[in-house]
Design a protein around this ligand. Sequence first.
Ligand code: Z5A
Ligand code: MG
Length: 212
Amino acid sequence: MRGRFFVLEGLDRSGKSTQCARLVEHLQRQGRKAELLRFPDRTTPMGKMIDSYLTSQTDMNDQAIHLLFSANRWEKAASIRQKLRDSIDIVCDRYAFSGIAFSVAKGLDYQWCKAPDVGLPAPDQVLFLDISPEHAEQRGGYGQERYEKREMQLKVREVFGRIRDDMTSAQGKWSVVDAGQSLEAVSLQIQHIADQVLIVDDDATDRSALFS
Ligand code: Z5A
Ligand code: MG
């Protein structure tokens, strides 16, 4: 049976990285092969340019950086499809939805932002970790990177709401998890949703394409 593709999305400090690691362990405990993936992948040549932009070492036009984030996902698209065919589950820390949310929050057009990611492997399930920026800030305050400011995070949250509506009507695979709960409670909710995805008898070898 092909692997399942889980994407965790959410604001800064919502607990995505923590919960991605926990979900991989949960899947592995069930004897599944599960791997972690994250975007941006800062290790590739394009990822290094993104890292330099996020840490404000270089500047870039909003459209150019948007396309670079998308290209960074396309670099991995074939390998994602292959892993899923090889029965490997993928747990992905941010994906195209972050790409849209951050660029639209900066003022770019929604449809324009969506276009470069059309056709990427579609996730089986998106788990959106919802938290207010005020609550997220209590987890140690924002760091030094470019978008880690409350005003930006508020706008990003708003755009994520629009994407959720889009996804619910288009594909129905978007679940909202209250990320303000304890670590354990969030994990349990995520595991419950993931387990539902695993029992669906869907053996299509090539997943449908994102936004199409
Ligand atoms: N970006 C973009 O513009 N376009 C794109 O296409 C993509 C991304 C893919 C880099 O993201 C930036 O790139 C990001 C979006 C933009 N900019 N911003 N903002 P990143 O993934 O490298 O960094 P991040 O995810 O934003 O930040 P983060 O700090 O890694 O957040 P997190 O992964 O969601 O949280 P965490 O590390 O799991 O947890 C944060 C802390 O909270 C930590 O101390 C935990 O122990 C604690 N925590 C977690 N859960 C809980 C609970 N439930 N209770 C209490 N404490 C908790
Ligand atoms: Mg993280």
